[in-house]
Design a protein around this ligand. Sequence first.
Ligand SMILES: NC(=O)c1ccc[n+]([C@@H]2O[C@H](COP(=O)([O-])OP(=O)(O)OC[C@H]3O[C@@H](n4cnc5c(N)ncnc54)[C@H](O)[C@@H]3O)[C@@H](O)[C@H]2O)c1
Length: 250
Amino acid sequence: MQIRFDGKAVAVSGAGHGFGRCIAETFAGLGARVFGCDLSAAELAETAKAGVTTEVVDLTDRAAATAWIRRIEAAMGSAIDVLVNNAGGVAGQEPRALEDVPDADWDRIFAVNVGAAFVLSRAAAPGMKRLGQGRIVNISSGAGLAPSLTGIQAYCSAKHAVVGLTRQLAHELGPFGITVNSVAPGFVRTNEATEKQWAAYGADGQRGLVARIAMQHLGSAQDIANAVVFFASDLAGFVNGQVLAVDGGK
Ligand SMILES: NC(=O)c1ccc[n+]([C@@H]2O[C@H](COP(=O)([O-])OP(=O)(O)OC[C@H]3O[C@@H](n4cnc5c(N)ncnc54)[C@H](O)[C@@H]3O)[C@@H](O)[C@H]2O)c1
């Protein structure tokens, strides 16, 4: 069976960089009409080269996030077929002792990683229900299943929340033909934060991290995009509420 998404509307959050860009480009290559949002117009311009319709949206602004979904629906004249809640990360933060974490830093990580997934899913679900089908794929993390390599309390907690949201929405939306699943990536070098993290391990730490991966190498953005495509495809029509670790095996 050839996996294709011709005529389908796919919305990818955080499409300006890293996994999000790769996911958007991959769906575009499979025939989908892809819409991507992010914070940086310059980074989105790169993604747009693959034929992705891009827009600057700060997803911590819930009204703006909802309005982005409405504009996609208006452009398609129909519901979104696939929503990929990818935007997230550590929001530029470093690991600190618990007593040194300010409220605003805790809230920002929750807003980006789980608040955005909530608000975009809430906005997209009514259209999917009317259509009687839909796919939501949330990018959680190994940090959603165990303590985080980043050492950042809010990141680990927010990614666990993404797993909870996935399981709860799978139950709520399953009766309407909508599946909700999650990809939990292992460590992939995609951005400044992961480069910093990688450098901080030092040569021994880097060797140790790779040695704990059964495949004996780090993954790529394409590895993550491939798992998202699986969940979004007809092949996964009866797969719901699942979290797929894409980490080379531990
Ligand atoms: N790289 C890894 O090792 C790794 C591992 C596990 C999970 N993840 C998760 O995968 C997802 C993508 O990560 P990545 O490594 O590609 O990082 P990335 O920083 O390259 O991509 C995240 C994107 O989300 C965007 N974003 C952040 N806040 C936003 C906001 N308020 N509004 C709109 N867009 C916003 C960023 O600008 C960025 O382009 C994130 O949810 C991250 O937590 C990454």
